[in-house]
Design a protein around this ligand. Structure first.
Ligand code: ATP
Ligand code: MG
Length: 679
């Protein structure tokens, strides 16, 4: 049931606010999302028809949760017809009905990154034979960014100072024409076209403006120009727009989000009622004090004072660990200890990190200790395509009769063995009962296979045989794996295939993690070989029969692993903020991105403020990079937090820990609990 008395006076004011624009600019955990949810319930209680309500959230998950909360408060029937959606899903709904006005058919398809990539490459090839795949990435990135800023193909201007822009100016109109010919739109078009529809068709603007009489937007600080324009259009008739957000949590500038949207809201919507919320209901005092201490170092921000009525709570623990594996073990120890001490569930814990590749060490340790976990916003490490591709090589090197993996890598990275040739090779092998591996060694015997293809097959088998020899040397396993990476140029292939340069960089980082995994294996094993490494990996293989699938894991009570970016808006009783090191947080970014220390600090603030009762910081003294150890420095953000809030401990200096060591540490951990917590 919904009860206005469960809100503080400011929240209540926002919930019962009737008409006109409303801005709720308030810090983390102050109940902004809760205000939106209660406001929807309140409107429904007042007899406002559900169809008149529109709430926009940042992720599908957030939309789902909000819908469920509202249903709990008002009942299924009363909630029917309200629109709680993300920007993209809202736009799909609108375009499905009206896209014919833009000359598309209503059964249009939505092109995701692989399709876009293919299209752009074709167009580039038509324009010039010299353009590389790096150009394709850049061009797509630029087109996306233009669309987010509402710059259409017709209006795009090349600049003299910027060589890529000339290429973009040439490709962008062709790209849009091709999409239209395929009756397809890309993700950015969804928003841009919806705005175009509303701008060009007064009847549609009138229709949607009056349909959505009550509009609410969560995480407003992360809206980009096209989203902003859409909201402004929809609210233009009545101005009943309620936005909530926190400029300190603006973390998507790299995708075109503009924090000015929230800071200038009052100017854009004259007469806006502004409500501040200052009480934090989420975190205990020490956690909140740390968050405040960090964020106050950002100069450009609206000053906010958050306070909590709950006590100071436990101190934040900071653990300086030896390396990634040590960090993962320390986190597991804390999970065991906290779970036992506070009778918590696994679902009460979240492990947060800056980049998705950092999840690898945690995943390994969680699996090793049989702790259920869910990975949000990323695939399980060993399920990722780029990892499976490399492992497929290793499996074929170990066993060339493994035809599934053989077929997976036969033309990966591309070596000119096309799908038609592969079909002929498979048929030849099946008709004569000869293994694929044998056929590949005598490719000239396959009918209708071109000479070039035959020689590519021969090169491939020679490569595999060469690595079979090299991998026989146990002392050179890591070097050999590195040689394989270099020789096959996996990274180049990823950059060729992946449109989004940031995604590509992450995938390359993931592959590098595999080298680290090999390096850990070598450290922990007395007589290592390729088979042993693969056995260890396959323990982590979700495809193996009898292993949990994702569904059953979600149903389980599980630890959450996710990046700081995807943790926005969520909360957990116990949070591990890991990798607190220079290079991770703040992150050392690639050439594609500009370095913005304030945005990194906001990410840190987001991470800290996810915690309700207990917050653990950790960082490593050294990490493996390309399998080699590299020294790390603690994050500058740590030094911004008053010492009295933090309890520090250093890791046991173990480098060569074996599973036996870990068993020992697991039992001594129970002995340590009482010392650790003083009871
Ligand atoms: P974020 O900035 O991280 O998105 P938020 O401002 O949206 O945070 P909410 O998630 O809405 O904050 O609320 C944080 C927590 O505080 C939730 O568990 C919520 O139920 C609780 N809370 C909010 N307001 C109150 C209240 N008046 N009384 C009790 N609990 C509250
Ligand atoms: Mg929120």
């Amino acid at each position: 049931m919904f009860d206005l008395n469960s809100l503080n006076p400011e929240q209540r004011q926002a919930v019962i606010h009737k008409k006109g624009s409303l801005l709720l600019l308030a810090g983390a955990g102050s109940g902004k999302t809760r205000v939106i949810t209660c406001r929807i319930a309140h409107l429904l209680h007042q007899g406002i028809p559900a169809e008149q309500i529109l709430a926009v959230t940042f992720t599908n998950k957030a939309a789902r949760e909000m819908r469920e909360r509202v249903r709990e408060m008002v009942g299924q029937a009363a909630a029917k017809g309200m629109m709680i959606a993300t920007f993209h899903s809202l736009c799909v709904r609108i375009l499905k009905v009206h896209i014919d006005r833009l000359g598309f058919k209503k059964n249009f398809s939505i092109y995701a990154s692989a399709d876009q990539q293919r299209l752009i490459k074709d167009l580039l090839r038509e324009l010039s034979s010299e353009s590389s795949s790096a150009d394709a990435d850049q061009v797509l990135w630029r087109i996306s960014s233009a669309k987010n800023h509402l710059i259409s193909a017709d209006n795009y201007q090349a600049s003299d100072q910027d060589p890529v822009s000339a290429l973009v100016a040439a490709v962008y109109p062709r790209y849009q024409r091709a999409l239209k010919a395929f009756n397809a739109v890309d993700f950015d078009d969804l928003l841009m076209f919806t705005v175009q529809l509303l701008e060009e068709h007064a009847d549609l603007l009138e229709h949607y403006g009056s349909r959505f009489q009550y509009q609410m937007v969560d995480e407003y600080q992360d809206t980009n120009p096209v989203q902003y324009r859409l909201l402004k259009l929809l609210a233009s008739a009545h101005g009943n727009l309620c936005v909530v957000g926190d400029d300190d949590q603006s973390i998507y500038a790299f995708r075109g989000a503009d924090v000015a949207n929230i800071l200038d809201f009052e100017k854009d919507f004259p007469g806006t009622k502004v409500i501040k919320l200052e009480q934090n209901y989420r975190s205990s005092g020490n956690i909140l004090a740390a968050a405040n201490a960090v964020i106050k170092n950002n100069v450009k921000r609206k000053d906010k004072a958050l306070w909590t009525a709950s006590g100071s709570g436990a101190k934040i623990e900071y653990h300086l660990c030896e390396d990634s594996e040590d960090e993962a073990r320390q986190v597991m120890e804390r999970i065991h200890a906290e779970k036992y001490r506070h009778k918590l569930n696994y679902g009460d814990f979240a492990i947060l990190y800056r980049t998705n590749s950092q999840s690898r060490a945690f995943e390994e340790q969680l699996r090793y200790e049989n702790i259920p976990y869910v990975l949000i916003g990323g695939q399980q490490f060993f399920d990722r395509k780029e990892i499976k591709d490399v492992i497929a090589y290793l499996k074929v090197i170990q066993n060339p009769a493994d035809e599934v993996n053989l077929l997976r890598i036969l033309n990966y990275p591309k070596r000119g063995i096309g799908a038609g040739s592969i079909d002929r090779i498979i048929r030849h092998s099946a008709d004569r009962g000869i293994s694929l591996w044998k056929v590949l060694q005598q490719p000239q015997q396959v009918a209708e296979v071109k000479e070039r293809t035959a020689s590519a097959c021969a090169d491939f088998t020679t490569l595999i045989k060469r690595y079979q020899q090299r991998f026989k040397k146990p002392l050179r396993l890591l070097e050999t794996l590195q040689e394989l990476f270099v020789e096959l140029k996996f990274a180049d292939e990823i950059y060729r295939q992946e449109k989004d340069p940031q995604v590509a960089r992450r995938r390359v980082e993931n592959q590098e993690e595999l080298l680290n995994s090999m390096s850990v294996y070598l450290d922990r094993t007395a007589d290592p070989d390729l088979t042993g490494f693969l056995d260890r990996i396959s323990l982590f293989d979700d495809d193996a029969p009898g292993k949990n699938d994702k569904e059953s894991k979600l149903a389980l009570d599980a630890v959450t692993l996710m990046s700081l970016h995807s943790s926005k808006g969520l909360e957990f009783p116990v949070v591990f903020l890991t990798g607190l090191e220079e290079g991770f947080l703040p992150h050392k970014k690639s050439i594609y991105e500009t370095f913005d220390i304030d945005e990194e600090r906001r990410l840190c603030y987001v991470g800290i403020t996810r915690a309700q009762q207990q917050l653990f910081f950790s960082g490593a003294q050294q990490r493996r990079k390309y399998g080699k150890l590299e020294q790390r420095e603690p994050s500058r953000f740590l030094s911004e937090i008053p010492e009295e809030l933090i309890q520090k401990s250093a890791g046991e200096q173990k480098t060569n820990s074996t599973p036996e060591d870990e068993a020992a540490s697991a039992s001594s951990f129970f002995d340590n609990i009482s010392q650790m917590f003083g009871d």
